[in-house]
Each structure stands twice: as C-alpha cells, then as structure tokens.
Ligand binder design. Structure first.
Ligand code: ATP
Ligand code: MG
Length: 365
C-alpha cells in the first residue's frame, strides 16, 4: 500500500497543502503545534476508522470555515485509487474513485494504515477499556463481520442493563431477561472467539518485534484476560454454552448491582515484560516499546490477512527511546511506506533516507 499524494483544505489548522509522498520514509517535522499530527490524522481517516484522538467530525473543520476537504491518492497491489472526504457542518460526503459512499465505514478495506501516537501509551498505562478499544478497532478494520457482532453485543448489553435497572419495579421482566441472556451469550461468544483468535496471532508477532526492539534482552507477552478460559482454541459453540452458564452464575450479582457484571465488556489484555506487568512495573521506554510492538504486530496481521502492507503512521515515536531502540524501529519499518512526525528531523535522517517536510503554522515550506 502506498500513498502518492495527500491534499488538505481547511482541515484543522491547515488552510491548504498538497504533499507528494515518497515510497520510503516521509518525515514531517516542525515545532510544537504546527500541524504535524493533524496531517497523520487526516491520512488515518481514509482507513474508514474514527479519529485516533477521539475527535468528532466538526472538529476537523478549520475554525471560522464551513467546509473541510481531504483527498488521498494511493495505490494498492493492483491499481491506483483516490478517495475524498468533505466535512461540512453537520454532514459528511465520502467518495472512493469519485463514487459516493454511504459512510466512511465503507472505506474500510480500501486503504490500510496503522497509527502509533503518544495517546496509544494509554494502551499500556490506563485501564482495560483502552485495551478493549485497541482490539475492537483492529478487528473492525480487518473484519466487517466483527463490527456487526460488536454492535449486536452492545445492543444486547444496553437492553440487558436497562432490564436489570427496572427489575425491582417490574418483576415480570425476569422472563424477558432470559431471552436477552441468550442473545447476549451469542454475541459475547462471537466477539470473544474473534478476539481470542486475533490475540493468538498478535502475541506471536509482537513477541518477536519486542525481542528485536530490546535486542533479545527482554521477553514480552500479551494474552486475553478472562476468567475460566483455559483453552484459547475453544470453539464458538463451547464459548456460547459457557457464556450462558456464566450469566446464570452472575444473575444474583447482576440483579443486586443492576448491571451486567460479566461479558466481553469486562475483559482485558494481560501485557507483561519478563512475566511482570508492564502497566504496574514497566519503565517509560519499556511501556512505549510494548505499545509499539502491539501496533507493529497489528500491521503484520493486516499484511498477512489482506496481502497489503499498511502504511505506518508514526506520531512522535522516537521520544523516550534510546538510540538502539530507535534504530530497530527505523530498520524494521524499512519494507513499507512510513509517515513519521518529529520536532527534530536529524535523529531520523541520520538513520534512513527519505523525504522530509517542514511544517510551520499549518503550511509546508
Ligand atoms: N479545527 C481547528 N481549527 C484550527 N486549528 C485547529 C483545529 N483543530 C486543532 N487546531 C490546532 O492545530 C494546531 C496543531 O496541532 P497538531 O496536533 O497537529 O500539532 P503538532 O505539530 O503535532 O504539535 P506537537 O509537536 O506538539 O505534537 C494546534 O495548535 C491546534 O490548536
Ligand atoms: Mg503532534
């Protein structure tokens, strides 16, 4: 996968830029608050996923303007493509090769990218919801059917919780709860089963990548954390039966707490270095290396499944890493197109050749 050019108009602090990319490493550098991350964010939106900053569509429009336009020209293994997204105040228009699409989600599968931004450190540092979000986003980009299962699960979770809240007022709702338990267990099993398969492959790739980053001095592991799953190859059917069983066991607590106390919305990932929790005991550099290993592992999976090498979008990736770890990252990503942001380009350019772009006040100079 390769980006040929990126064109942005009234996107965040950028009035108008056109960036002609090189096949290798594209370094976007400049002082703080000039628009570096904004460029990566715009590129990321063409994956069809939501902003990695959690922003909403109207946030993309430059203050004081009414319309923002972003265009991407890119090539996959077979041909050249172009895509355009137009953000107006309450409306968004998405095009792929000039054909209008219903939503940006329809872009999923056309352009593949992997983003690493400092906010991804929360993957290691923060609570379980960040790790579930990482898993869900990665799987949604790969499998539209996962997005459907997840949406179905969220619906049944909402319904089940609504019933649990009203149960003390209307005990007849107990019968309805049984029906929702079944739907909840079906969707839970579908979601967990995909997550287990994904983590199984991810753990192999990330382990190898982390070993490389640490010069084989540290051992990284990631696993799906859920009580009572001893066999990660468990079938969908067995998972469904075990989920139903768990709901039965948890019914008493669910009624007391008026919420669903078990399910994939409570699961987590265990991430450790040398068998010690990376979250509780990892250093800054180790935590950053873990997040990178997971993100680069994600990229390897996309490559394996789709045959397309995702474009790596690395936002401020070098800080906190020592020279050896920086070297590994830059060498590891040599076989793909990279967009990398930093304040000082010398650390990157000493290691690789490529094209560099200076951004100042939202303008490329
Ligand atoms: N909708 C918007 N309209 C105008 N400016 C915006 C909008 N959204 C964000 N900005 C501004 O864009 C500027 C650049 O943001 P960006 O995150 O790209 O900086 P950066 O170059 O990556 O800086 P750093 O090195 O600190 O990460 C910020 O000062 C921000 O206030
Ligand atoms: Mg930035």
């Amino acid at each position: 996968m390769k980006i040929n050019s990126v064109e942005l108009n009234n996107f965040r602090n950028i009035s108008s830029i056109e960036l002609q990319a090189t096949d290798g490493v594209n370094v976007i550098y400049g002082e703080n608050a000039q628009g570096k991350t904004n460029i990566l964010e715009a590129i990321w939106l063409f994956t069809g996923c939501k902003s990695f900053r959690g922003s909403k569509d109207p946030d993309f429009i430059k203050f004081g303007e009414e319309i923002a336009k972003i265009k991407l020209s890119f090539s996959d293994n077979t041909r050249e493509k172009k895509s355009e997204i137009v953000y107006a105040n309450k409306k968004k228009n998405v095009f792929l090769n000039d054909v209008p699409l219903k939503s940006s989600a329809e872009l999923i599968g056309s352009f593949y990218g992997v983003i690493f931004s400092p906010s991804h450190l929360s993957l290691i540092k923060d609570g379980p919801s960040e790790r579930r979000r990482f898993l869900d986003t990665a799987l949604c980009q790969l499998k539209p059917s996962y997005a459907e299962h997840l949406a179905g699960f969220k619906r049944s979770l909402m319904q089940r919780n609504a019933i649990l809240k009203d149960l003390h007022l209307s005990p007849q709702l107990y019968d309805v709860l049984d029906t929702w338990d079944d739907s909840f267990a079906r969707y839970s099993a579908a979601v967990i089963s995909e997550r287990l398969k994904y983590i199984k492959i991810l753990s192999e790739y990330s382990k190898e990548i982390y070993a490389g980053i640490s010069e084989y001095k540290e051992d990284f592991s990631v696993s799906y954390s859920r009580k009572d799953i001893s066999d990660i190859n468990i079938s969908y059917k067995d998972l469904y039966i075990s989920e139903l069983e768990k709901l039965k066991e948890a019914r008493k607590d669910d009624v007391i707490y008026r919420t669903s106390t078990v399910g994939p919305h409570r699961d987590d990932l265990d991430i450790s270095i040398n068998n010690i929790s990376a979250r509780s005991f990892g250093s800054q550099g180790q935590q950053r290396s873990c997040a990178l290993a997971l993100k680069l592992g994600e990229s390897e999976i996309i490559k394996k499944i789709t045959g397309e090498t995702p474009v790596a979008l690395l936002d401020d990736v070098m800080s906190e890493l020592d020279e050896k770890r920086q070297d590994y990252i830059l060498n590891h990503i040599k076989d793909r197109q990279v967009f990398l942001t930093c304040c000082d380009p010398s650390q990157v350019l000493r290691l690789c050749s490529g094209k560099s772009f200076l951004i100042k006040g939202g303008k490329l100079t």
